[in-house]
Every structure is written in structure tokens, then in C-alpha cells.
Design a protein around this ligand. Structure first.
Ligand SMILES: [Zn+2]
Ligand SMILES: [Zn+2]
Ligand SMILES: [Zn+2]
Ligand SMILES: [Zn+2]
Length: 429
């Protein structure tokens, strides 16, 4: 609807932030009506719309540091809201990513197009997802031309999954999407999964319509029965069926307002979900099941080549299943011969941090009784003069303290510890 109207917003020289907003959005239409009108807002619906470049504000000196600090502070405040009590999480996850590849995805309301942006974010999402969920597996299903299209089989190897969406020309958006066909296809690829693993679907949906062969509510109820959790990120607007798919299956629904918000919505789905209470234990008491895992033997590079059971190709490197001795290419995986789950101990250890996350650091507002003058992690000297007008959740001394080991950290290290490292450097020593 607006693909042409904002394409000429960048070639005007000296626009102020407000001028850019008004002129950029009304585009050529405004030029015809003269400069007087250009100062006014565009269409009424555009007023409720925020572009990603409008949300970043420069300070008086033209610097963006304030905006970046505000962004970090927002992340910190969100962390404080997270539940502190122990919750049970599924660490063996299975996710099918459903990508809308219909004509609606070539819309340019997100730059460069919805399609290109979704592919880019999907790649980042997959990399980060595997980093945080090393025992998980991802499959990809595309929706276009009224059918569901299997883009990538369920796989625990990030390279395999990324390769499947690396060739853009094979995924060119065309036709209408079919939610029902795609969900049915994703559901069938998860039907064999054991009960201890999660079954999740993440839909990136740009269209406002779906072309279905039957009643999609039947698909919805079979997903509820199979305990599949559907989450959906809509790029256009909220539709009832999308909202219902998420609400009834316990997933999350969101409409992306701009490029940054789209990414936030996706990345919120990376930490493993808390386990749902299921019908069996009416009192909400979940039973713990034991599961069998095997730690494979890694073959040396000098091992003779042999057929692997997963791809039926001659390979020298790989792993041996500890139960049946079958040769496998990757861990983690399920042994194709005996069905044993094959994991390596680093994978297990890396899954651990979700169960025992680092507690949020507290904001240091006064230097009374402070002894350290440097950041405990990077040894950078910390401020001793408070900086003026900081927003809520930001320390005027750029100091954040671990409540357990009482060490102080700088902003960068605080973010790094909680987002990447997942253990406190002060508590470990
Ligand atoms: Zn193989
Ligand atoms: Zn085996
Ligand atoms: Zn530091
Ligand atoms: Zn600590």
C-alpha cells in the first residue's frame, strides 16, 4: 500500500529530524501540493507508525551515546522483571520455523523488503538459537503458492540449517501462503518426537490472508492435542486466527512495528520456554522422567573412511554411537540405528545456564564503602564522579554489583556476563 510513497525520502539534503519525518512519509504527493502541506503530517494512519530511525534521538551535541545507554538500560530493566524463582525449562527443543514466502513478503514497508529482512533475521536467530540451545534441532518450512514447502529437515547442525536458507533465489516470494498446509507439514515432522522434548513452531507471517484446503480450526485443535506451541510474528497486522493459534497453544503473538521491534520479537523466543503444566497432573505437579543419553566416541582424523548412517556417505571423521557402534557425522543427534540420543558433555554444560541464570546485578548509586576502583572483569578504571541526569536503572558511576560476590562491573561487562558468558566472573574465583 505504501511501497512507492517513501522511496524518495533519502535524497534531500539538510533535513532536521522532524522535517524528515514529515517530508519522508508524504513523499511525492506532498511535493505536488506544495511546501505548505509538506510540513503537516501525512495520512492519519501514518501518525501511529514509528520508523526505526525516528525512535533513535540524538542529544544536543549530536551524539548517540545517550540513545545507546538508554537501550542498554532497557535491557537491564527487562532482566530485573524476569522471575527469580526456579522454573522448569525444556532444554531439548525442537523448533520448526515457518517462513512466509508469499507475494506479501515483497512489500517494502521494512527495509530492504520484508523478505530480505526476514531472511537476515532468520539467519541471526538460528545462529543465536543454537548457541543458547545446543541440544535443540530446527527445521524450516516455507509457505508459498498455497502449499507448505519443506526447506530444511529437522537438524541439530546450525550449518545445515543456515545453508538451506542461504540461497535467496530458491526462496523467491510468490503466490498466497497457506497456514494450514504449512502447520500440518511442520506437525507431521514432529509427530515422532518423545515427550521430554518441546515441540515448537515459530511463524513469520507477512500476509493478511491464508489459503487453506480445509478448516484451520481442526489443525489448531490437533496442535493443542499434540502439545505443539505456536508463536507468530506478524509483519502486517493482527488477525484473529493468528492470535488464536498462539493463545490456544501457549505461544506468543506479536506484530512487528519496525525493524528493531521485529528482531526483539524473534529474539525473545530464544531462551527455552518454561514447561507447560499438562493435563495429566491436575494439581500442577509435573513428574520428572529419566532419559537415556549416550556420549559418543570421537573418531580421530586418521580413522579409515566408512559409510555414515545419517547421510550414507563415505566419511573419515565423525562419532561412534556408544550403544550400537554406528558411525554418525554430528553430535547432538539421535542415532539413526538404535534411536539413542547422542550428546557431548559441552553441549549439556552449555544448556545448564538457563536453569541457573546469573542474578541481575544491582545498580550502584553511591560510592560509600566502595573499595575497588576498577571493573572486576575487564580491569577498566570505573568513574568516581557521578554523571548527571541518568535514566532509571542506570548507575551514575557506571557500576553494577553482583549481590553474591559483591564485585563491581562496568556496563559492558554487565551486558556481556548476562547475555553471553552466563556465569559471574567474581563468583567463579
Ligand atoms: Zn552422515
Ligand atoms: Zn546407536
Ligand atoms: Zn568491565
Ligand atoms: Zn558474582
Amino acid at each position: 500500500m505504501n511501497s512507492g510513497s517513501d522511496s524518495d525520502s533519502f535524497d534531500e539534503g539538510d533535513l532536521t529530524a522532524r522535517g524528515r519525518k514529515a517530508k519522508g512519509k508524504s513523499g511525492s504527493r506532498a511535493n505536488e501540493k506544495g511546501k505548505q502541506k509538506a510540513k503537516d503530517q501525512g495520512y492519519a494512519w501514518e501518525a501511529t507508525y514509528t520508523r526505526s530511525w525516528d525512535t533513535v534521538q540524538e542529544d544536543e551535541a549530536g551524539s548517540l551515546t545517550g540513545a545507546v545507554a538508554e537501550l542498554l538500560a532497557r535491557g537491564r530493566r527487562r532482566r530485573l522483571l524476569a522471575p527469580a524463582a526456579a522454573i522448569r525449562r525444556t532444554i531439548i527443543r525442537h523448533l520448526v520455523l515457518l517462513l512466509d514466502l508469499s507475494a506479501a513478503m515483497s512489500d517494502r514497508d521494512m527495509r530492504p523488503t520484508r523478505f530480505d529482512l526476514s531472511l537476515e533475521y532468520a539467519r541471526e536467530f538460528i545462529t543465536e538459537w543454537f548457541d543458547q540451545n545446543p541440544l535443540g534441532q530446527i527445521g524450516i518450512v516455507g509457505m508459498r503458492g498455497g502449499i507448505g514447502e519443506r526447506v530444511c529437515e529437522m537438524s541439530g547442525n546450525p550449518q545445515d540449517v543456515l545453508k538451506a536458507i542461504s540461497e535467496r533465489h530458491k526462496l523467491e516470494p510468490i503466490g498466497e501462503p497457506s497456514l494450514q498446509n504449512a502447520i500440518e507439514m511442520a506437525r507431521s515432522s514432529m509427530s515422532h518426537l518423545p515427550t521430554h522434548s518441546s515441540r515448537e513452531m515459530l511463524v513469520i507471517f507477512g500476509s493478511l490472508t491464508t489459503v487453506d484446503p480445509g478448516n484451520i480450526y481442526e489443525t489448531l485443535s490437533s496442535c493443542v492435542k499434540d502439545r505443539i506451541r505456536i508463536s507468530l510474528v506478524a509483519l502486517a497486522a493482527e488477525t484473529k486466527i493468528c492470535r488464536e493459534l498462539c493463545d490456544k497453544t501457549g505461544g506468543t503473538f506479536g506484530v512487528a512495528m519496525n525493524e528493531g521491534h521485529f528482531k526483539d520479537l524473534l529474539f525473545e523466543l530464544i531462551p527455552p520456554p518454561a514447561q507447560q503444566h499438562t493435563g495429566a497432573g491436575a494439581g500442577g505437579k509435573m513428574s520428572a522422567d529419566l532419559m537415556m543419553m549416550g556420549f559418543p566416541q570421537r573418531l580421530p582424523d586418521t580413522a579409515p573412511a566408512a559409510l555414515c548412517v545419517c547421510h550414507a556417505q563415505m566419511r573419515a571423521a565423525g562419532f561412534l554411537c556408544p550403544r550400537c557402534g554406528a558411525r554418525l557425522c554430528d553430535a547432538p543427534t539421535d542415532c539413526d540405528v538404535c534411536g539413542l540420543m547422542i550428546v557431548s558433555s559441552p553441549h549439556l554444560a552449555r544448556s545448564y545456564h538457563h536453569l541457573f541464570p546469573v542474578k541481575p546485578y544491582s545498580v550502584v548509586t553511591t560510592l560509600d564503602g566502595v573499595t575497588s576502583t576498577t571493573c572486576h572483569a575487564c580491569a577498566r578504571p570505573l568513574e568516581d564522579t557521578p554523571s548527571a541526569n541518568v535514566s532509571e536503572g542506570v548507575s551514575p558511576f557506571d557500576r553494577y554489583r553482583c549481590q553474591d560476590c559483591k564485585s563491581d562491573f562496568c556496563t559492558e561487562c554487565d551486558v556481556f556476563v548476562h547475555d553471553v558468558l552466563h556465569c559471574c566472573p567474581g563468583c567463579e574465583t
